[in-house]
Design a protein around this ligand. Structure first.
Ligand SMILES: Nc1ncnc2c1ncn2[C@@H]1O[C@H](COP(=O)(O)OP(=O)(O)OP(=O)(O)O)[C@@H](O)[C@H]1O
Ligand code: SF4
Ligand SMILES: [Mg+2]
Length: 361
Protein backbone atom coordinates (compact mmCIF):
# COMPACT_ATOMS: atom_id res chain seq x y z
CA UNK A 1 0.00 0.00 0.00
CA UNK A 2 3.01 2.22 -0.14
CA UNK A 3 3.27 3.19 -3.79
CA UNK A 4 1.32 6.26 -4.82
CA UNK A 5 1.38 5.56 -8.53
CA UNK A 6 0.14 1.98 -8.37
CA UNK A 7 -2.98 2.86 -6.39
CA UNK A 8 -6.31 1.92 -7.88
CA UNK A 9 -8.25 3.20 -4.88
CA UNK A 10 -7.41 5.69 -2.14
CA UNK A 11 -9.86 6.31 0.66
CA UNK A 12 -9.00 9.44 2.62
CA UNK A 13 -10.46 10.39 5.97
CA UNK A 14 -13.88 8.97 5.11
CA UNK A 15 -16.75 9.62 7.52
CA UNK A 16 -20.18 8.05 7.05
CA UNK A 17 -22.82 8.73 9.68
CA UNK A 18 -26.44 7.63 10.20
CA UNK A 19 -29.01 9.84 11.90
CA UNK A 20 -31.14 7.61 14.11
CA UNK A 21 -33.65 8.16 16.94
CA UNK A 22 -30.86 7.10 19.24
CA UNK A 23 -28.46 9.78 18.00
CA UNK A 24 -25.78 10.05 15.32
CA UNK A 25 -24.25 6.65 14.55
CA UNK A 26 -20.64 7.30 13.50
CA UNK A 27 -20.43 4.07 11.53
CA UNK A 28 -17.23 5.05 9.71
CA UNK A 29 -15.28 7.77 11.42
CA UNK A 30 -12.21 9.02 9.61
CA UNK A 31 -10.71 6.00 7.90
CA UNK A 32 -8.00 6.03 5.23
CA UNK A 33 -6.44 3.27 3.15
CA UNK A 34 -4.94 2.60 -0.28
CA UNK A 35 -5.36 -0.36 -2.58
CA UNK A 36 -2.81 -1.08 -5.29
CA UNK A 37 -3.68 -2.62 -8.64
CA UNK A 38 -3.80 -6.41 -8.48
CA UNK A 39 -3.66 -6.39 -4.68
CA UNK A 40 -6.02 -8.02 -2.20
CA UNK A 41 -6.86 -6.02 0.90
CA UNK A 42 -8.52 -7.79 3.81
CA UNK A 43 -10.82 -5.75 6.06
CA UNK A 44 -11.49 -7.44 9.38
CA UNK A 45 -13.21 -6.52 12.63
CA UNK A 46 -16.10 -7.61 14.80
CA UNK A 47 -19.74 -7.09 13.90
CA UNK A 48 -20.71 -3.41 13.68
CA UNK A 49 -17.14 -2.14 13.22
CA UNK A 50 -18.04 -0.41 9.93
CA UNK A 51 -16.71 -2.86 7.33
CA UNK A 52 -19.86 -2.96 5.17
CA UNK A 53 -20.56 0.77 5.52
CA UNK A 54 -16.99 1.54 4.35
CA UNK A 55 -17.51 -0.44 1.18
CA UNK A 56 -21.08 0.64 0.58
CA UNK A 57 -19.66 4.17 0.74
CA UNK A 58 -17.11 3.25 -1.97
CA UNK A 59 -20.01 1.96 -4.07
CA UNK A 60 -22.07 5.06 -3.19
CA UNK A 61 -24.87 2.79 -1.97
CA UNK A 62 -25.45 4.32 1.46
CA UNK A 63 -29.21 4.79 1.99
CA UNK A 64 -29.80 8.56 2.29
CA UNK A 65 -31.47 9.27 4.69
CA UNK A 66 -30.69 8.03 7.30
CA UNK A 67 -27.08 7.74 6.07
CA UNK A 68 -24.74 10.46 4.87
CA UNK A 69 -21.14 10.58 3.72
CA UNK A 70 -20.12 13.49 5.86
CA UNK A 71 -16.60 14.05 4.57
CA UNK A 72 -13.58 12.50 2.92
CA UNK A 73 -12.41 11.47 -0.52
CA UNK A 74 -12.70 8.18 -2.41
CA UNK A 75 -10.23 8.40 -5.27
CA UNK A 76 -10.80 5.67 -7.86
CA UNK A 77 -8.75 5.88 -11.05
CA UNK A 78 -7.61 9.35 -10.10
CA UNK A 79 -11.08 10.84 -9.66
CA UNK A 80 -13.10 11.40 -6.50
CA UNK A 81 -16.12 9.10 -6.67
CA UNK A 82 -17.96 11.36 -4.24
CA UNK A 83 -18.12 14.13 -6.85
CA UNK A 84 -19.67 11.97 -9.61
CA UNK A 85 -23.28 12.23 -10.71
CA UNK A 86 -25.62 9.26 -10.01
CA UNK A 87 -25.50 8.37 -13.72
CA UNK A 88 -21.67 8.40 -13.81
CA UNK A 89 -21.66 6.25 -10.69
CA UNK A 90 -24.05 3.73 -12.28
CA UNK A 91 -21.55 3.34 -15.12
CA UNK A 92 -18.76 2.50 -12.67
CA UNK A 93 -20.85 0.17 -10.52
CA UNK A 94 -21.02 -3.30 -11.98
CA UNK A 95 -18.57 -2.44 -14.73
CA UNK A 96 -15.40 -1.17 -13.05
CA UNK A 97 -16.32 -2.09 -9.49
CA UNK A 98 -18.19 -5.32 -8.77
CA UNK A 99 -19.58 -6.15 -5.35
CA UNK A 100 -20.58 -9.43 -3.74
CA UNK A 101 -23.02 -8.37 -1.04
CA UNK A 102 -23.18 -9.81 2.44
CA UNK A 103 -26.66 -11.27 1.89
CA UNK A 104 -27.09 -12.74 -1.62
CA UNK A 105 -30.87 -12.58 -1.46
CA UNK A 106 -30.84 -8.81 -1.04
CA UNK A 107 -29.20 -8.36 -4.41
CA UNK A 108 -30.77 -11.22 -6.35
CA UNK A 109 -34.29 -10.52 -7.52
CA UNK A 110 -36.35 -13.55 -6.40
CA UNK A 111 -38.89 -13.04 -9.20
CA UNK A 112 -36.43 -12.82 -12.08
CA UNK A 113 -34.70 -15.69 -13.82
CA UNK A 114 -30.96 -15.86 -13.18
CA UNK A 115 -30.28 -15.63 -16.92
CA UNK A 116 -32.13 -12.30 -17.12
CA UNK A 117 -30.34 -10.89 -14.07
CA UNK A 118 -26.96 -11.75 -15.55
CA UNK A 119 -27.90 -10.53 -19.04
CA UNK A 120 -29.00 -7.10 -17.82
CA UNK A 121 -25.46 -6.35 -16.64
CA UNK A 122 -23.65 -7.00 -19.91
CA UNK A 123 -26.45 -5.44 -21.99
CA UNK A 124 -26.16 -2.26 -19.91
CA UNK A 125 -22.39 -2.03 -19.53
CA UNK A 126 -20.94 -3.82 -22.54
CA UNK A 127 -23.71 -3.17 -25.07
CA UNK A 128 -24.26 -6.89 -25.71
CA UNK A 129 -27.32 -7.96 -27.72
CA UNK A 130 -29.66 -10.57 -26.23
CA UNK A 131 -27.92 -13.52 -27.79
CA UNK A 132 -24.41 -12.44 -26.75
CA UNK A 133 -25.64 -11.63 -23.25
CA UNK A 134 -27.34 -15.04 -22.90
CA UNK A 135 -24.21 -16.91 -24.00
CA UNK A 136 -22.11 -14.78 -21.65
CA UNK A 137 -24.49 -15.60 -18.76
CA UNK A 138 -23.98 -19.32 -19.34
CA UNK A 139 -20.21 -18.85 -19.59
CA UNK A 140 -20.14 -16.93 -16.29
CA UNK A 141 -22.18 -19.62 -14.47
CA UNK A 142 -19.79 -22.18 -15.87
CA UNK A 143 -16.78 -20.14 -14.71
CA UNK A 144 -18.06 -20.00 -11.14
CA UNK A 145 -18.58 -23.75 -11.12
CA UNK A 146 -22.36 -24.16 -11.52
CA UNK A 147 -22.73 -27.67 -12.91
CA UNK A 148 -24.74 -27.98 -16.11
CA UNK A 149 -24.89 -24.19 -16.50
CA UNK A 150 -26.73 -24.28 -19.82
CA UNK A 151 -29.65 -26.21 -18.35
CA UNK A 152 -29.78 -24.19 -15.13
CA UNK A 153 -29.32 -20.64 -16.38
CA UNK A 154 -33.08 -20.06 -16.63
CA UNK A 155 -33.75 -21.07 -13.01
CA UNK A 156 -35.07 -18.69 -10.36
CA UNK A 157 -32.85 -17.91 -7.33
CA UNK A 158 -34.95 -20.04 -4.92
CA UNK A 159 -34.19 -23.11 -7.05
CA UNK A 160 -30.52 -22.78 -6.10
CA UNK A 161 -28.87 -23.67 -2.76
CA UNK A 162 -27.16 -20.98 -0.62
CA UNK A 163 -23.73 -21.87 -2.01
CA UNK A 164 -25.02 -21.77 -5.59
CA UNK A 165 -26.66 -18.38 -5.04
CA UNK A 166 -23.37 -17.10 -3.71
CA UNK A 167 -21.72 -18.30 -6.90
CA UNK A 168 -24.37 -16.51 -8.97
CA UNK A 169 -23.57 -13.33 -7.02
CA UNK A 170 -19.90 -13.79 -7.86
CA UNK A 171 -20.80 -14.38 -11.51
CA UNK A 172 -22.79 -11.12 -11.50
CA UNK A 173 -20.01 -9.19 -9.81
CA UNK A 174 -17.44 -10.48 -12.30
CA UNK A 175 -19.52 -10.32 -15.47
CA UNK A 176 -17.73 -7.28 -16.84
CA UNK A 177 -14.30 -8.22 -15.44
CA UNK A 178 -14.23 -5.30 -12.98
CA UNK A 179 -10.93 -3.75 -11.96
CA UNK A 180 -12.06 -3.90 -8.35
CA UNK A 181 -14.06 -6.66 -6.70
CA UNK A 182 -15.51 -5.98 -3.26
CA UNK A 183 -16.48 -9.22 -1.53
CA UNK A 184 -18.43 -8.63 1.70
CA UNK A 185 -18.38 -11.80 3.83
CA UNK A 186 -18.61 -13.96 0.70
CA UNK A 187 -18.52 -17.18 2.68
CA UNK A 188 -20.58 -16.47 5.80
CA UNK A 189 -23.40 -18.96 6.32
CA UNK A 190 -21.84 -21.44 3.91
CA UNK A 191 -20.50 -24.78 5.04
CA UNK A 192 -16.75 -25.24 5.28
CA UNK A 193 -16.29 -27.11 2.00
CA UNK A 194 -18.26 -24.55 -0.02
CA UNK A 195 -16.41 -21.75 1.81
CA UNK A 196 -13.09 -23.14 0.65
CA UNK A 197 -14.39 -23.52 -2.91
CA UNK A 198 -15.65 -19.92 -3.06
CA UNK A 199 -12.34 -18.55 -1.73
CA UNK A 200 -10.43 -20.65 -4.25
CA UNK A 201 -12.69 -19.31 -6.97
CA UNK A 202 -11.96 -15.68 -6.03
CA UNK A 203 -8.22 -16.48 -5.91
CA UNK A 204 -8.29 -18.05 -9.39
CA UNK A 205 -10.32 -15.24 -10.92
CA UNK A 206 -7.93 -12.72 -9.44
CA UNK A 207 -4.96 -14.60 -10.87
CA UNK A 208 -6.60 -14.88 -14.31
CA UNK A 209 -7.96 -11.34 -14.64
CA UNK A 210 -5.64 -9.26 -12.39
CA UNK A 211 -8.64 -7.84 -10.51
CA UNK A 212 -7.93 -6.01 -7.25
CA UNK A 213 -9.96 -7.37 -4.36
CA UNK A 214 -11.29 -6.02 -1.07
CA UNK A 215 -12.23 -8.98 1.07
CA UNK A 216 -14.36 -8.18 4.10
CA UNK A 217 -14.75 -10.67 6.90
CA UNK A 218 -14.89 -10.90 10.69
CA UNK A 219 -12.70 -14.00 10.44
CA UNK A 220 -8.93 -13.39 10.40
CA UNK A 221 -8.42 -17.03 9.42
CA UNK A 222 -10.15 -16.39 6.08
CA UNK A 223 -7.98 -13.42 5.07
CA UNK A 224 -4.72 -15.07 6.14
CA UNK A 225 -4.22 -16.96 2.92
CA UNK A 226 -6.00 -14.50 0.65
CA UNK A 227 -4.79 -10.96 1.25
CA UNK A 228 -1.58 -8.94 0.81
CA UNK A 229 -2.50 -6.28 3.37
CA UNK A 230 -5.02 -6.12 6.19
CA UNK A 231 -6.83 -3.32 7.91
CA UNK A 232 -8.40 -4.04 11.27
CA UNK A 233 -11.49 -1.96 12.03
CA UNK A 234 -13.10 -1.22 15.38
CA UNK A 235 -15.88 1.28 16.14
CA UNK A 236 -15.61 2.91 12.72
CA UNK A 237 -11.82 3.44 12.97
CA UNK A 238 -8.78 1.70 11.53
CA UNK A 239 -7.08 0.19 14.58
CA UNK A 240 -4.24 -1.48 12.72
CA UNK A 241 -2.96 -1.56 9.16
CA UNK A 242 -0.16 -3.86 8.01
CA UNK A 243 1.09 -6.35 5.43
CA UNK A 244 -0.68 -9.63 6.19
CA UNK A 245 2.37 -11.67 7.13
CA UNK A 246 3.57 -9.07 9.62
CA UNK A 247 0.13 -8.61 11.16
CA UNK A 248 0.03 -12.29 12.02
CA UNK A 249 3.68 -12.50 13.09
CA UNK A 250 3.93 -9.27 15.07
CA UNK A 251 0.69 -7.40 15.77
CA UNK A 252 1.04 -3.94 17.26
CA UNK A 253 -2.43 -3.46 18.72
CA UNK A 254 -4.19 -5.12 21.69
CA UNK A 255 -7.46 -5.42 19.72
CA UNK A 256 -5.73 -7.26 16.87
CA UNK A 257 -4.03 -9.52 19.39
CA UNK A 258 -7.46 -10.39 20.80
CA UNK A 259 -8.84 -11.16 17.34
CA UNK A 260 -5.81 -13.33 16.53
CA UNK A 261 -6.20 -15.20 19.78
CA UNK A 262 -9.82 -15.99 18.88
CA UNK A 263 -8.86 -17.71 15.61
CA UNK A 264 -9.16 -21.46 16.08
CA UNK A 265 -5.77 -23.16 15.71
CA UNK A 266 -6.32 -26.88 15.11
CA UNK A 267 -2.67 -27.66 15.99
CA UNK A 268 -2.74 -26.16 19.47
CA UNK A 269 -6.27 -25.45 20.55
CA UNK A 270 -7.65 -28.96 20.27
CA UNK A 271 -9.95 -29.63 23.20
CA UNK A 272 -9.41 -26.11 24.61
CA UNK A 273 -12.21 -23.56 24.83
CA UNK A 274 -11.82 -20.83 22.22
CA UNK A 275 -10.71 -17.39 23.47
CA UNK A 276 -13.16 -14.50 23.19
CA UNK A 277 -12.38 -10.80 23.67
CA UNK A 278 -14.27 -9.82 26.85
CA UNK A 279 -17.31 -7.54 26.59
CA UNK A 280 -19.05 -6.23 23.51
CA UNK A 281 -18.26 -3.65 20.81
CA UNK A 282 -19.33 -0.14 21.91
CA UNK A 283 -22.44 1.72 20.84
CA UNK A 284 -20.97 4.10 18.26
CA UNK A 285 -23.80 6.59 18.78
CA UNK A 286 -22.65 7.25 22.33
CA UNK A 287 -18.87 6.96 22.29
CA UNK A 288 -17.03 9.61 24.31
CA UNK A 289 -14.58 11.21 21.84
CA UNK A 290 -11.71 11.64 24.30
CA UNK A 291 -10.90 8.04 25.00
CA UNK A 292 -9.84 4.87 23.23
CA UNK A 293 -13.02 3.11 22.00
CA UNK A 294 -11.49 -0.24 23.04
CA UNK A 295 -10.64 0.88 26.59
CA UNK A 296 -13.45 -1.04 28.34
CA UNK A 297 -12.28 -4.34 26.85
CA UNK A 298 -8.52 -3.97 26.65
CA UNK A 299 -6.06 -6.05 28.71
CA UNK A 300 -3.43 -3.26 28.42
CA UNK A 301 -5.65 -0.29 29.38
CA UNK A 302 -4.19 2.52 31.51
CA UNK A 303 -5.60 5.83 32.74
CA UNK A 304 -4.45 7.72 29.67
CA UNK A 305 -6.61 5.45 27.46
CA UNK A 306 -9.71 6.78 29.24
CA UNK A 307 -8.57 10.40 29.00
CA UNK A 308 -7.10 10.75 25.50
CA UNK A 309 -7.91 9.40 22.08
CA UNK A 310 -4.88 7.29 21.00
CA UNK A 311 -2.47 8.31 18.22
CA UNK A 312 -2.10 6.36 14.97
CA UNK A 313 1.49 5.22 15.47
CA UNK A 314 3.82 4.35 12.60
CA UNK A 315 5.64 1.13 13.52
CA UNK A 316 7.42 0.87 10.19
CA UNK A 317 6.83 2.10 6.61
CA UNK A 318 3.77 -0.10 6.13
CA UNK A 319 2.60 -0.88 9.64
CA UNK A 320 0.44 1.43 11.78
CA UNK A 321 -1.45 0.98 15.02
CA UNK A 322 -3.97 3.14 16.88
CA UNK A 323 -2.81 2.78 20.47
CA UNK A 324 -1.08 4.75 23.22
CA UNK A 325 1.26 1.79 23.71
CA UNK A 326 1.64 0.61 20.10
CA UNK A 327 5.46 0.44 20.19
CA UNK A 328 5.46 -1.58 23.38
CA UNK A 329 2.73 -3.99 22.21
CA UNK A 330 4.64 -4.46 18.95
CA UNK A 331 7.92 -5.21 20.79
CA UNK A 332 6.13 -7.63 23.14
CA UNK A 333 4.62 -9.48 20.13
CA UNK A 334 8.16 -9.94 18.83
CA UNK A 335 9.30 -11.47 22.12
CA UNK A 336 6.28 -13.83 22.10
CA UNK A 337 6.87 -14.78 18.48
CA UNK A 338 10.59 -15.50 19.12
CA UNK A 339 9.70 -17.62 22.14
CA UNK A 340 7.18 -19.58 20.06
CA UNK A 341 9.74 -20.19 17.31
CA UNK A 342 12.36 -21.27 19.87
CA UNK A 343 9.83 -23.66 21.46
CA UNK A 344 8.94 -25.13 18.06
CA UNK A 345 12.66 -25.56 17.24
CA UNK A 346 13.24 -27.30 20.58
CA UNK A 347 10.35 -29.67 19.88
CA UNK A 348 11.69 -30.48 16.39
CA UNK A 349 15.23 -30.98 17.77
CA UNK A 350 13.82 -33.25 20.50
CA UNK A 351 11.90 -35.30 17.94
CA UNK A 352 14.96 -35.60 15.73
CA UNK A 353 17.13 -36.65 18.66
CA UNK A 354 14.71 -39.37 19.74
CA UNK A 355 14.14 -40.51 16.14
CA UNK A 356 17.90 -40.56 15.56
CA UNK A 357 18.43 -42.63 18.75
CA UNK A 358 15.80 -45.12 17.60
CA UNK A 359 17.47 -45.60 14.24
CA UNK A 360 20.86 -46.28 15.78
CA UNK A 361 19.65 -49.04 17.97
N1 LIG B 1 -29.07 1.87 7.53
C1 LIG B 1 -28.51 2.04 8.73
N2 LIG B 1 -29.13 2.81 9.66
C2 LIG B 1 -28.58 3.03 10.89
N3 LIG B 1 -27.39 2.49 11.28
C3 LIG B 1 -26.75 1.71 10.39
C4 LIG B 1 -27.26 1.44 9.08
N4 LIG B 1 -26.39 0.63 8.42
C5 LIG B 1 -25.38 0.40 9.30
N5 LIG B 1 -25.58 1.05 10.47
C6 LIG B 1 -24.70 1.04 11.66
O1 LIG B 1 -23.38 1.30 11.27
C7 LIG B 1 -22.47 0.56 12.06
C8 LIG B 1 -21.53 -0.21 11.16
O2 LIG B 1 -22.27 -1.22 10.48
P1 LIG B 1 -21.64 -2.18 9.39
O3 LIG B 1 -22.80 -2.83 8.71
O4 LIG B 1 -20.69 -1.46 8.55
O5 LIG B 1 -20.86 -3.23 10.30
P2 LIG B 1 -20.01 -4.48 9.83
O6 LIG B 1 -18.62 -4.26 10.32
O7 LIG B 1 -20.20 -4.72 8.38
O8 LIG B 1 -20.66 -5.66 10.70
P3 LIG B 1 -21.02 -7.17 10.30
O9 LIG B 1 -19.76 -7.96 10.57
O10 LIG B 1 -22.10 -7.53 11.29
O11 LIG B 1 -21.47 -7.22 8.89
C9 LIG B 1 -23.30 -0.32 12.98
O12 LIG B 1 -23.39 0.33 14.24
C10 LIG B 1 -24.64 -0.35 12.30
O13 LIG B 1 -25.68 -0.52 13.24
S1 SF4 C 1 -5.01 2.87 23.61
FE1 SF4 C 1 -5.11 1.81 25.58
S2 SF4 C 1 -7.18 0.87 25.61
FE2 SF4 C 1 -6.73 1.45 23.50
S3 SF4 C 1 -5.90 -0.39 22.58
FE3 SF4 C 1 -4.14 0.82 23.31
S4 SF4 C 1 -3.75 0.07 25.39
FE4 SF4 C 1 -5.78 -0.65 24.80
MG1 LIG D 1 -21.12 -6.16 7.26
Amino acid sequence: MSSQNGNLLSVKDLRTYFETEDGTVRAVDGISFDLERGETLGIVGESGSGKSVTNLSVMRLIPEPPGRIVSGEIIFHGQDILTLSPEEMRQIRGKQIGMIFQDPMTSLNPFMRISKQLMEITQLHLGYDKDQAYRHAIKMLDTVGIPDAEARVDSYPHEFSGGMRQRVMIAMALSCEPELLIADEPTTALDVTIQAQILELIKNLKRDTGTSVILITHDLGVVAGMSDHIIVMYAGKVFEQSPTRELFAQPGNPYTKGLLKSVPDPAHEHGRELYQIPGLPPDVAHLPPNQCPFAERCYRVEDICRREFPPFVKLNDEHFSLCHFAGEVYAQSRVESDAKTAGANRRVAGTEASTGGGTQR
